[in-house]
Every structure is written in C-alpha cells, then in structure tokens.
Ligand binder design. Sequence first.
Ligand code: ATP
Ligand code: MG
Length: 340
Amino acid sequence: MENDSTNPLTGKNILVTSHLKKYYPIRRGFNPFSRQKAKFIHAVDDVSITVPRGKTLAILGESGCGKTTLARAITLLAPPTSGEISFDGKTIVDGKKADVNFKKLYRDMQMVFQDPDSSLDPRLKVRDLVAEPCKGLLGVSRSEVDAMVMKSLKAVGLSAEHAERLPAQLSGGQKQRVAIARAVAPQPKLVILDEPTSALDASVQAQILNLLVDLQRNYNLTYVLITHNISVAEYLSDLLIVMYAGNIVEQGPTASIIAKPRHPYTVTLIASAPIPNPWKRNLLNTEIKGEVPSAINPPSGCKFNPRCPYATGVCAKEDPELREISPGQFVSCHNVEKTA
Ligand SMILES: Nc1ncnc2c1ncn2[C@@H]1O[C@H](COP(=O)(O)OP(=O)(O)OP(=O)(O)O)[C@@H](O)[C@H]1O
Ligand SMILES: [Mg+2]
C-alpha cells in the first residue's frame, strides 16, 4: 500500500477551504430611492480545496475565472464573503468571521503576486523588500533579519550586490527572483504563487520553475500554484483544480487529468492540437467557441452550458455537483459519460 505521506490525496493537509465565496458588490452612483437589487460579481463561488503538506496544488483557468481572487481570499487580503478556511490545523475563517493572529499567519503563509512590477515598491532596495515580511517576526533581531535576507537572496541565485539595487535596476527574471526571495525569507509553510512565470521569456521561465522545485525541496514548502499554462501545472503540480467562472469544474491528480480530462471544458483546454513547443500550451491561445460568461449575471445551471458541445436540457436548469468519476478525480458535469 502507498505510504500515507507520499500519497498526494491522503497526506496530511495544510490548507482546507470549504464552500468559500468571494463576491464583490457592484458600485453604482448613490441613489437612496433606487429599487434595484444590489448586484454582485461572483468572483469565487463555492470553492472547496484541500492542499496536502509538502505538495503542489495547481489552479488552472482562463483569465477572469477567479484564480487571483481565490488566492486573495485565502490570504485574507480580500476577506471571503462566506465559507471556511483552515490553515495548519487551525480554523482561520468560519463563515464571515476571521479569527487569526496576522503576524503568525503571514510568517507561515506567503504569496508571490501576479505582477512583480506592481508588488515590489520601486523606492525600496532589494535588501529592504526582502526584509519586509521578516521585520514583524517576534523575537527576531535586526542582524537576524539581515542574515535571513542574505540567505534567501542566495537561495534564489542573487548576490549581495543585488541587495543594494532598486527594482528598476533588475531584469524581469531577477525581479521575479526577488519576489520569490521575499516570500521564502520568513521560512513560511505555504507559498501561493500567482502566475510566477507568465511574464517571462521561455528560457527564464524554465530557470524560475527549476528554482521553485529546488526551493520546495530545500525549504519543505507547500505550493498553491496559479497558472493558465497547462505545461507549468504539469511540471510543478501533484494535484490540479480547473476553474471556470468562479467554480471548480474538475479536480484530481494532475497526471490523471492531463492523461484523461473529463469535464468538457478541461477536454477542450487540454486536447488542443499538438504543438512543437509544449511551454506554449497556454490557455490564452486556446479557442473555445462562445463568450466567457458574465460574472454578474452568470448562466443558470452549469455555467459552461452555453459553450458546451455536450449540453442537454438539464444543463441550463441544474448546477451539477462535483462527482468522483475515477479514484481521486472529480468532475461537475451532467453528461460526463459523453467524454469517457
Ligand atoms: N477588487 C475587485 N473588485 C471588483 N471585482 C473584482 C475585483 N477583483 C477581481 N474582480 C473580478 O472578479 C473576477 C475574477 O478576477 P480574478 O482577478 O480573480 O481573475 P483571474 O482568474 O486571476 O484572472 P487573470 O488570469 O486575468 O489574472 C473578474 O470578473 C474580476 O473583474
Ligand atoms: Mg489573476
């Protein structure tokens, strides 16, 4: 039998979300006499994920499907509208209420933001940028912070000389290394990586992916990897979640889903024509007929039904549940037998 700690599905979990929702109110001009009902963008709509310790869970989906919002809800940067989050054995959000020691949370959970240009303060030197998340740590002296900064810069392949530069004096790949150094400096348990390589050239992309693999091993990290690139998910992740319009449509072991995707949306994403350079298997290049659904007035029933080649009457009426269709692989589709 497979050892519990090596099985990506049964290993101990560091992060669990249950029925997580993040709705954004749509702001209109203030009119106290308006009879219109308040409207919301359903950015993340009932998402339950489980992330085993030491593993990588990838979240794959088109632009606007709610990936970054999910990350911001988990890190409480955009507190969830409802649902539960447990992290490292503690419930940190229960319903709307957050019960959390933020200093401890942000030592143990770090995020590499989607765009290093906007997440790195252009006025701060690399040394200070990387030191930022370490400064609030209890019982850590200034000289210890300096040591953590240097250790972390070295771990990402930067030198003491880079520590004195401003972000504008770095290449795109070096900026991303700084963003990663900053996330790993406080020695977190979980790092959320939001599109860590999408802004980089293919050769630099490969270097950063290899760096992430090394760091995971050396620092014993768990990753939540957000990407729209199937090859990046395939390279780095053990488990995969496919999101569509704020919902999970398919989840399971990455290798199983890539070998045999079953949700019609995942099938379309993955079964695109063979291409010479696998690093270009990018969702941005995938064409699915029909329009991306409105996040304000989503279609009734299954949100994918207006674009789905297999849709039947029930699809526009009932929202399908996630069902296990093979060991560990879950799909939310009324007509899943059609993709068998
Ligand atoms: N602060 C906000 N206020 C209102 N709506 C928001 C806010 N942030 C995101 N949204 C909306 O929520 C939805 C999901 O956005 P999100 O940024 O999570 O998508 P994403 O999957 O990360 O896309 P991308 O791949 O382009 O980064 C979109 O419709 C977006 O317009
Ligand atoms: Mg995003």
